[in-house]
Design a protein around this ligand. Structure first.
Ligand SMILES: [Zn+2]
Ligand SMILES: [Zn+2]
Length: 420
């Protein structure tokens, strides 16, 4: 079969494009079995069937095409769009993920120099941006599970690849959540294992910086994870309460307002210790964080999260106060000022929250009373204003009347004049 030319389609291939638009997976599967159908054929704009399926947001269709050998990095589109770019534009995170998992290059640019992540950001598909920026394939990690060159054993024991990959793929960078991920896996929650994982993280970090298409975002994430794993190891070594002790330290709020100072300092220190001082991302982060007094916004976590995942407005009320998971909706019943993803997180936080809960409750009540007072004041002012307006309208109508009926008002005037 010859290399596909733009718009040079057999009748079955034309049918395939139609079937993709209609979303008929069964029919597409039948057509892909035909001799005169090439999975990477090109329509007149240089779009492959996979690009169409990705753009239309049809996940099952994408899966089918990939199974039939669709080229995820085909770059024949007239404006240089790739399947990953179309996936990002569609706003479907599952399809974006599928393209990445199939080996889509993230650094390819279109005809105006934009990457897939930049294009997705441009049209407001921020969840897809997050997926692209944080993607690190299992295959890239598995490389370290095989002994290289003269090594007697691999840098990463194969059994650790799964749990470590889970930590790497987390888009929630809250250190409490990450320690919880370590803690839940007994293979990982062990000093020697953590040291090995840490070394691999630093190697990947270095690779991200030194490779031709430098990826500072991923490098920073790897470095951050490495710091966290190091912290886990040191608590496992030195503390009787082990990782629970670390979680407690990270959650502990200061007395005056409950702000978690240890956590803030830990994240700031991680960023500062990033080994590649020339990195633009490092300089940006330091510029954003350095002038902020501890306890004020933005927190180091929110700045780091925004830089790495592209998430904006991280401190919205819908994130769990303890672990930072999205979609939290259980409020503290006393102060109603903090929100959790579940009872476990609320229990975990209570040892420190109880010191400020009452104060927060009072603050909320004062605030509510004040705004209620303000509301009554406002409505009084409003009714006063309405009264004034009514009065002036009446005056106006009196004047209008006086103009309309000069004879009536002209009567009292002479009397007044006479009185004088
Ligand atoms: Zn939580
Ligand atoms: Zn409370």
């Amino acid at each position: 079969m010859s290399a596909p030319k733009k718009g040079d389609l057999s009748s079955s291939e034309k049918e395939l494009f139609e079937v993709i638009t209609a979303g008929n997976v069964q029919e597409a599967s039948r057509l892909l079995g035909c001799k005169d159908v090439r999975v990477n054929c090109l329509d007149e704009y240089g779009m492959t069937p996979l690009m169409h399926a990705a753009y239309k947001g049809k996940a099952d269709m994408c899966k089918l095409l990939l199974q039939h050998g669709a080229d995820v990095n085909c770059n024949e589109h007239e404006h240089g769009y790739t399947a990953l770019m179309f996936a990002g534009l569609s706003g479907k995170t599952d399809i974006t993920w599928m393209m990445l998992d199939a080996g889509a290059e993230t650094d390819v640019v279109n005809s105006v120099g934009r990457t897939a992540a930049q294009m997705a950001a441009f049209v407001g598909q921020h969840d897809c941006v997050t997926v692209i920026n944080n993607f690190f394939s299992r295959a890239r990690l598995d490389y370290y599970t095989k002994a290289q060159g003269l090594e007697k054993e691999p840098k990463l024991p194969p059994k650790l690849a799964g749990p470590l990959h889970k930590v790497i793929m987390s888009t929630n960078l809250n250190p409490v959540k990450m320690v919880m991920l370590v803690k839940e896996n007994p293979l990982l929650a062990e000093v020697e294992a953590l040291d090995k994982c840490r070394r691999v993280m630093e190697l990947i970090c270095e690779k991200c910086i030194k490779q031709q298409d430098m990826n500072e975002v991923l490098a920073m994430k790897m470095h951050y994870i490495s710091c966290l794993l190091g912290k886990c190891a040191s608590f496992l070594k030195d503390r009787e309460d082990k990782l629970d002790g670390l979680i407690k330290s990270l959650l502990k709020g200061r007395d005056c307002d409950g702000f978690p100072v240890y956590q803030e300092k830990f994240i700031r220190e991680c960023i500062r210790k990033f080994p590649y001082c020339d990195a633009t991302l490092l300089q940006q982060l330091v510029r954003s964080i350095a002038p902020v007094e501890i306890g004020n916004d933005p927190t180091a976590l929110s700045v780091l999260t925004q830089a790495i995942t592209g998430q904006v407005g991280f401190m919205d009320a819908e994130f769990c106060t303890s672990c930072g998971e999205k979609g939290a909706e259980k409020r503290c019943s006393i102060c109603k000022m903090v929100i959790y993803c579940g009872q476990a997180c609320q229990k975990m936080h209570w040892f420190t929250h109880k010191k400020v809960c009452k104060k927060l409750q009072e603050q909320r009540e004062t605030h509510e009373a004040e705004s209620a007072k303000l509301r009554t004041q406002q409505s009084k002012e409003e009714s006063d204003a309405v009264q004034e307006a009514t009065d002036s309208i009446q005056e106006l109508s009196v004047e209008t009347n006086s103009e309309a009926a000069p004879s009536e008002t002209s009567n009292p005037a002479p009397i007044a004049a006479a009185d004088n």
